[in-house]
Design a protein around this ligand. Structure first.
Ligand SMILES: Cc1ncc(COP(=O)(O)O)c(C=O)c1O
Length: 383
């Protein structure tokens, strides 16, 4: 199987990730924070080490500001629902994932939150001047994707972070398609909240995600969305304010967190820049070769260095699902067809009424030979 669906989840996972998960199951079987025995201590160590690695990777000094979640979706829900209340205004873009648009739709229709969607250009991204123009006295949050999961389009998050910082508006970045491949430094980029999956670019397993909270963000001003046992401050009737406990009720996914830590170590050892260079090289191959097939439409930027490793295309007159099924059954190639949980992005690129696109997303373990095989398959199908 040639796997070109890394934007959904990365595959395969490094062997060190698999080993770390097995080791956690075999020798770190305690429940972190729930006792004083050595098995619990080992589970604590696994969790604390991954927190430390994530804090270092994303430019925050306090590892307790790294919150473990089950997915990017949960991290985004904490950040969005925890920040906004009735009467607030939020700015977002026209190319967000449903993990952003659905919580915002809920707040808009149920709580009277005002939502402004700034146009995101499929090639250039959001124009920072549009953010400046949209900010009002009521604006409490700017919430943007770093890289579109449909077209790979990139936003200039450092410049937009600077604007939010100057206007004193909280800045939430959805790093689902950039964490692990693009350097993100929360402090120097003025990012207040950073949400991401652990199971894509960070190479961790399914069921992992992170919400990184800026060192300066006051947890009293970010409400939790789930409440319960934290293993500490059990005498309190209310949810503790202290991090990470405020947002981590319930038993943590220790094997998953062990795998996520090993994924981050793998990236550190390999070099994030080497991962980017490899994926970008494969993406440029795709862009150059697919551009030569007349019946193929490519959406977004044709320069791989200016985008993430996510590409949307269509073959004239063919349903994306049919193409994906032919790729699977006749060529053993996995891609993703459809709307990719981001209908607004398809409204933006004009593919909402034609069943979306065929999305191709190579990863670090994809080879040039596999890209060649994919291009040959696309030539054959389009002929
Ligand atoms: C841009 C973006 N945001 C959010 C998500 C949701 O991630 P998860 O499946 O980890 O909740 C995805 C996953 O496809 C994504 O691509």
């Amino acid at each position: 199987m040639i796997y070109l669906n890394n934007a959904a989840t990365s595959y395969p996972k490094p062997l060190s990730v698999q080993d770390a998960m097995l080791d956690a199951l075999q020798s770190s079987g305690g429940n972190p924070g729930r006792s004083v025995d050595s098995l619990t201590g080992k589970a604590d160590d696994v969790v604390n080490h991954t927190r430390f690695l994530a804090a270092k990777m994303f430019g925050i000094s306090n590892p307790n500001h790294v919150i473990f979640t089950s997915s990017a979706t949960e991290a985004l829900n904490i950040a969005i629902l925890g920040t906004l209340k009735s009467g607030d205004h939020v700015i977002t873009s026209t190319m967000e994932h449903n993990s952003v648009t659905r919580p915002l739709y809920h707040l808009e229709t149920q709580e009277g939150v005002r939502v402004t969607k700034i146009p995101m250009d499929p090639i250039k991204g959001v124009d920072p001047d549009d953010i400046v123009a949209a900010i009002t006295d009521d604006t409490k949050l700017v919430c943007l994707t770093h890289i579109s999961n449909v077209t790979g389009t990139m936003n200039d998050i450092a410049e937009i972070g600077d604007i939010c910082h100057k206007k004193n508006v909280r800045f939430l970045v959805d790093a689902s398609q950039s964490a692990g491949t693009h350097p993100i430094h929360m402090d120097s980029m003025n990012i207040d909240l950073l949400a991401m999956p652990g199971h894509k670019g960070l190479m961790g397993p399914s069921g992992t995600g992170l919400l990184c909270i800026g060192d300066h963000v006051d947890p009293a001003l970010l409400n939790p969305i789930k409440f319960g046992g934290t293993g500490v401050q059990s005498e309190l009737p209310y949810q503790p304010i202290d991090l990470p406990f405020r947002y981590e009720s319930g038993t943590l996914n220790v094997p998953g967190i062990a795998g996520l830590g090993a994924g981050i170590r793998f990236i550190n050892e390999t070099g994030m820049d080497n991962i980017f260079v490899h994926e970008s090289f494969l993406m440029q191959m795709l862009l150059d070769w697919l551009s030569d097939i007349p019946s193929i439409t490519i959406y977004g930027n044709l320069d791989a260095t200016q985008k993430g490793a996510v590409l949307s295309i269509n073959i004239d007159g063919m349903d994306p699902v049919d193409v994906a099924m032919i790729l699977d059954t006749s060529f053993e190639i996995a891609v993703r067809p459809g709307l990719h949980c981001a209908p607004d992005a398809h409204r933006t690129i004009g593919t909402i009424d034609i069943g979306g696109t065929i999305r191709i997303s190579p990863g670090y373990f994809t080879t040039a030979e596999e890209i060649h095989a994919f291009i040959d398959a696309m030539k054959e199908i389009s002929e």
